[in-house]
Design a protein around this ligand. Structure first.
Ligand code: PLP
Length: 443
């Protein structure tokens, strides 16, 4: 028998890359801690599947029913009310509506039943008292900050974050007298160190776009309170399936609902969620004042997508962990970023699940990454994320191209980095597609 194995072993020894691969696979198989699911015994992925099932069960009924309970016609599907204005009974009714003494609808920018149904669904998922839908995720990001800051205010934010949000903080808000200090490491200590007497907001994006850095949200909230600052968290990457920041003391949560909440790649929208008081101020600023209102048809599409939100996330999170594991073991992949791979990102960091987005660095830099993008067949080469389709993009030349090169380098967004948003396709097809696209790299 040993003689039969000998030639194979010799061949293996000649191929350092293959040996490396075998070693990594063996380590993955033997070491349940490798995926970072600290506290889980037995088969790690099985434990993770149970955790995903539990989270899905916790949210599934909310997704189906919240915000859909009542309407005048008892229609099961939320009606799309397109009216831009609503009629009054008489002058007194109109005047009372304007004073806020009744809850009559007045004008579409101030309130709309279809949009309110969506807001109720998001509020229920985020454990928020209230939510306010906006025209896009960026309307929510900019509006949330403008509802808190004024000329002279200061913000502390992580360097690794969505490119357009970073540009807002770096280029646009300074024109209004609002300055930001960017920190390399999103730790409570770094936030505290960067804070000044003028700091109004500790801005959080966790896991971050595209590096999937997981922040200690509870620690950052405590640091913000010590500095009398508020916390605003962009929860787009985590989604309420994986993380509910308000439960950990965050003041305002924002989302690009264009992504996993809508989930079908057919609507642009955003939302801000938090206390009644905080959301009322944000709504007054963003929607009423700056006009970043969500259209009723968009609200309908997003709310319909959200009916299956928990089911979609359950599946996509499961597949993402499997793909992260496959990529870690691949010799052409230098690094994989997914919260499941971080020891420190376990339940202690307050994540209910590790998310459906990952990024990885292909050995061979930008050219190698481009070749991978061009070879995928099941995965679609496009920006955006949280879609039913798996989407892959090259952050350095797309979503984060507007970042100055040195800031990109400091955020570790290299030429070889690819971001993968895992969709609902078969995990077997996706893994095969990735392995096929990577097959000739590192030859
Ligand atoms: N926040 C994050 C983390 C994002 O990834 C994006 C868009 O990709 C946005 C905000 C902006 O959302 P929208 O494109 O809906 O304006």
């Amino acid at each position: 028998m040993p003689a039969l194995w000998a030639p194979h072993l010799q061949a293996l020894r000649r191929h350092a890359a293959l040996i490396d691969l075998v070693r990594r696979v063996a380590r993955l198989a033997l070491d349940p801690q490798h995926l970072g699911f600290a506290g889980y015994h037995g088969d790690v992925l099985e434990s993770y599947e149970a955790m995903l099932d539990a989270r899905c069960d916790a949210l599934a009924s909310i997704c189906v029913h919240a915000g859909e309970e009542t309407n005048e016609w008892r229609a099961l599907a939320t009606p799309i009310v397109l009216a831009s204005a609503f009629s009054f009974d008489d002058g007194g009714h109109a005047a009372a509506a304007f004073r806020g003494d009744n809850d009559a609808y007045i004008y579409g920018r101030w309130g709309n039943p279809t949009v309110e149904a969506l807001e109720a669904k998001v509020a229920a998922l985020e454990n928020a008292q209230a939510a306010c839908a906006t025209a896009s995720g960026m309307a929510a990001v900019s509006g949330a900050l403008l509802s808190i800051c004024e000329a002279g205010s200061h913000i502390v934010a992580p360097r690794s974050m969505y490119g357009e949000s970073a540009r807002l903080l770096r280029e646009r808000l300074p024109k209004l007298g609002i300055e930001t200090t960017f920190i390399d490491e999103p730790s409570p200590e770094s936030y505290a160190k960067a804070a000044t007497a003028k700091t109004r907001v500790f801005y959080i994006e966790s896991p971050s776009n595209p590096m999937l850095a997981v922040a200690d949200v509870t620690g950052i909230v405590a640091a913000a309170r010590a500095h009398k600052a508020l916390t605003v968290a962009d929860n787009t990457f985590a989604t309420p399936f994986c993380q509910t920041p308000l439960d950990r003391g965050v003041d305002l949560v924002i989302h690009s609902m264009t992504k996993a909440l809508g989930g079908h790649g057919d609507a642009i929208g955003g939302v801000m969620a938090g206390s009644e008081e905080r959301v009322a101020v944000a709504r007054d600023t963003v929607v009423k004042g700056f006009g970043g209102v969500m259209a009723p048809l968009t609200a309908y599409l997003v709310a319909r997508g959200m009916v299956t939100f928990a089911l979609r996330q359950r599946r996509a999170c499961s597949t993402a962990a499997k793909l992260a594991r496959a990529l870690v073991a691949h010799p052409s992949v230098a690094k994989v970023h997914h919260p499941s791979l971080l020891e420190s990102a376990g339940l202690g960091r307050g994540l209910h699940a590790y998310g459906s987005i990952l990024s990885f660095e292909v050995r061979g830099g930008r050219d190698a990454a481009r070749r991978v993008l061009e070879r995928v067949r099941v995965i679609t080469h496009a920006v955006s994320l949280g879609d039913a389709r798996s989407l892959i993009t090259h952050p350095a030349t797309t979503t984060h191209a507007s970042m100055p090169a040195d800031a990109r380098a400091r955020a570790n967004i290299t030429g070889g980095l690819l971001r993968l948003s895992v969709g609902l396709e078969s995990s077997v097809d996706l893994e095969r597609d990735l392995l096929n696209a990577l097959a000739h790299e590192g030859d």
